[in-house]
Write a protein that binds this ligand. Structure first.
Ligand code: NAP
Length: 487
C-alpha cells in the first residue's frame, strides 16, 4: 500500500489507556516513551498507568462480567470473526507498526499478523462448541449434568517478542469463553495491543470486556490486581523468572493460571536425516523473530558423521542473511529489542568461546545506531557453556556433535525447560522413539516451526502450565460445573 507511512501508522494509534470502552489518560497524567530498536529514537509516548488505573480497569472488567457471560456464544464468535477480518484487511499497517516498535523485518511482522488473526478465526469457531455432559449415576437413581462456565474476570500479561499474536492467543479464547479481561502488554511494544483494542471495539466487543493497561511499572500495577481477589485467572506469557514470581502472587487468592514461559529448545539432527530439510528447518527454528522466540532452537546436536557438512551449510546460509532496519526491503536480521539484549547475547558467545567453542561466522555486535548482533554460528560448544542452559534470545546457533541416540536425548533433556524440541531423522521408528523420550510439550518432527492456532501450544517442566490454541485452548478460560440431579 502506497498510502501508509511510518509516521502515519504511529499517529493512528490511540495512546491512552482503554478502560470501560473509553480511551482515558493515566490518572496521574504520566506517559512513557516507545522506542524504535533499530534507531533508538522515540516513536511516541503512551499513557503510563499507575496502580489506581489498574483498579479502574479491573472494576470495569468485573462490572461487565455478568452481562458478557450471558451474551450468546454465536454472538461472541461473530465479534471475533469480524475482528479477524479487520486484522487481515489492515495487515500492512499493523505489520509496519509492529516492525517499528519491535524491530522484526516487515515480512515477519506480516506473518505474525496473519498468525495472530488466525487465533480469532479459530476461537470464533470454538465459541459455539463449548460442550457439556449428561450421565446416569452408577447407582442408577441420580443423573449428572456437566456444564462449562466462564472462569470470570481474567488478567492477561504478554511479552514484547510477539506483540500481537501473544495477545490474540489469550484474548481469542477469553472472548469465546465469555470472560472479561484486563490485559497488560510489555512496555517495549504497547502499540500493537492498543491497535488491537481499537479493532475489537470496532468489531463490536462490548464496553468493559477488554481493558488495556500500558505501564512502565508492570509489577506495581499488576500485583495489586492479582492479589485483589476479584480476578479469577492469570494468563501470562514471558520469562520463567517472572512467571515463578507471579505464581507465588496467584497463590494468595488461588487464581487459575496459564503460564507460557521460557524455552531452551534442542535441535537434533541424525545421520539418516534429509540434510536439505534439516538446514531449512534449522534456519526457521533459529532465525524466526531474529532468534527472539521461546521456540527458538537454542542448542544444535548433530550426529558426528554429518556435523562438518551441517555446520558448513548452516554457516553459508547464516552469513548470507541481510541485516538492517526491519522496514528495509529484503532484510532478514533486524535489531534485538534493546541494549541489554545485545549485551546478554555478546556475553553468552564470549563465555562459549572462552570455554573452547569456535566461531564459524558472526560473533560480534554491530556499531550503532540500533541494537544489532551478527548472525552467528558456533561449533564444538561444550556442555558447560552458559548458552547450553540459558535462553540465548538472539541469532546465535551453537553446534555440539553427538555419537549415539541415547547421548543426544540425554543432552537434549538436560535442562529445566521443556517447551519444544526439534528432531530430524528419516527413520520412522527412531522418529517416534525419540519424540516420545524428549521432555517437551511440543516436538517439531522434521519441521522447524510448530506454532499453529489449531494445535495445543505449551510446555512442560519450567516452561509452563496449560496450553493455548487447539481445542483445549478455550478450557483455560472455562470452569467445569457438575450438577447432581435427584430423580
Ligand atoms: P518478561 O520480562 O518475563 O516479561 C513478560 C511480561 O511480563 C511483560 O509484559 C512484562 O512487562 C511483564 N512483567 C515483568 N515483570 C513483571 C512483574 N513483576 N509483574 C507483572 N508483570 C511483569 O519476558 P520478556 O522479556 O518480555 O519476554 C521474553 C520471555 O518470554 C522469554 O523467556 C520467552 O521464552 C518467553 N516467551 C514464552 C512464550 C511461550 O509461549 N512459552 C512465548 C513468547 C515468549 P514489562 O516488560 O513492561 O515490565
Amino acid at each position: 500500500m502506497d498510502s501508509i507511512s511510518e509516521a502515519g501508522v504511529v499517529a493512528a494509534v490511540d495512546k491512552e489507556l482503554f478502560i470501560g470502552g473509553k480511551w482515558v489518560p493515566a490518572a496521574n497524567g504520566k506517559t512513557f516513551p516507545v522506542l524504535d530498536p533499530s534507531t533508538g529514537e522515540v516513536l511516541c509516548e503512551v499513557a503510563d498507568a499507575s496502580p489506581a488505573d489498574g483498579v479502574s480497569a479491573l472494576d470495569a472488567a468485573v462490572a461487565a462480567q455478568a452481562d458478557w457471560a450471558n451474551v450468546a456464544p454465536r454472538e461472541r464468535g461473530e465479534i471475533l470473526r469480524r475482528a479477524y477480518e479487520l486484522l487481515v484487511e489492515r495487515a500492512d499497517e499493523l505489520a509496519l507498526l509492529m516492525t517499528l516498535e519491535m524491530g522484526k523485518p516487515l515480512a515477519e511482522s506480516k506473518g505474525e499478523i496473519t498468525y495472530a488473526a488466525e487465533f480469532f478465526r479459530w476461537f470464533a469457531e470454538e465459541a459455539v462448541r463449548i460442550g457439556g455432559g449428561y450421565a446416569v449415576a452408577p447407582n442408577g437413581t441420580g443423573r449428572f449434568l456437566v456444564t462449562k462456565q466462564p472462569v470470570g474476570p481474567s488478567l492477561l500479561i504478554t511479552p514484547w517478542n510477539f506483540p500481537m499474536a501473544m495477545g490474540t492467543r489469550k484474548i481469542g479464547p477469553a472472548v469465546a469463553a465469555g470472560c472479561t479481561m484486563v490485559i497488560k502488554p510489555a512496555a517495549q511494544t504497547p502499540l500493537s495491543m492498543l491497535a488491537l483494542a481499537a479493532i475489537l471495539a470496532e468489531a463490536g466487543l462490548p464496553e468493559g470486556v477488554l481493558n488495556v493497561l500500558t505501564t512502565s511499572d508492570s509489577g506495581g500495577v499488576m500485583e495489586p490486581l492479582i492479589r485483589d481477589g476479584r480476578a479469577r485467572k492469570l494468563s501470562f506469557t514471558g520469562s520463567t523468572g517472572v512467571g515463578r514470581k507471579l505464581l507465588e502472587q496467584c497463590a494468595d487468592k488461588v487464581l487459575r493460571t496459564s503460564m507460557e514461559l521460557g524455552g531452551n529448545a534442542p535441535f537434533l539432527v541424525f545421520e539418516d536425516a534429509d540434510l536439505d530439510a534439516a538446514i531449512e528447518g534449522a534456519m526457521t527454528a533459529k532465525m524466526r523473530n531474529i532468534g527472539e522466540a521461546c521456540t527458538a532452537a537454542n542448542r544444535f546436536y548433530v550426529q558426528r558423521g554429518i556435523v562438518d557438512e551441517f555446520s558448513r551449510r548452516l554457516t553459508e546460509r547464516m552469513e548470507a542473511l541481510p541485516m538492517g532496519r526491519g522496514t528495509e526491503e529484503g532484510v532478514v536480521v533486524g535489531p534485538l529489542i534493546d541494549e541489554p539484549a545485545v549485551e546478554k547475547v555478546s556475553g553468552l558467545v564470549a563465555d562459549a568461546v572462552d570455554r573452547g567453542a569456535r566461531v564459524l561466522t558472526g560473533g560480534s555486535t554491530v556499531d550503532g545506531p540500533g541494537n544489532f548482533y551478527q548472525a552467528t554460528v558456533l561449533t564444538d560448544v561444550p556442555k558447560e557453556a552458559r548458552l547450553a542452559s540459558e535462553e540465548i534470545f538472539g541469532p546465535v546457533a551453537p553446534i555440539t556433535p553427538f555419537d549415539s541416540e541415547d547421548e543426544a536425548i540425554a543432552a537434549a533433556n538436560d535442562t529445566e525447560f521443556g517447551l519444544v524440541s526439534y528432531v530430524y531423522t528419516s527413520d520412522l521408528k527412531r522418529a517416534l522413539r525419540v519424540s516420545e523420550r524428549l521432555e517437551a510439550g511440543m516436538i517439531g518432527l522434521n519441521q522447524g516451526l510448530v506454532s499453529n492456532p489449531a494445535a495445543p501450544f505449551g510446555g512442560i517442566k519450567q516452561s509452563g502450565l496449560g496450553r493455548e490454541g487447539g481445542t483445549v485452548g478455550i478450557d483455560e478460560f472455562l470452569e467445569t460445573k457438575y450438577i447432581a440431579v435427584a430423580l
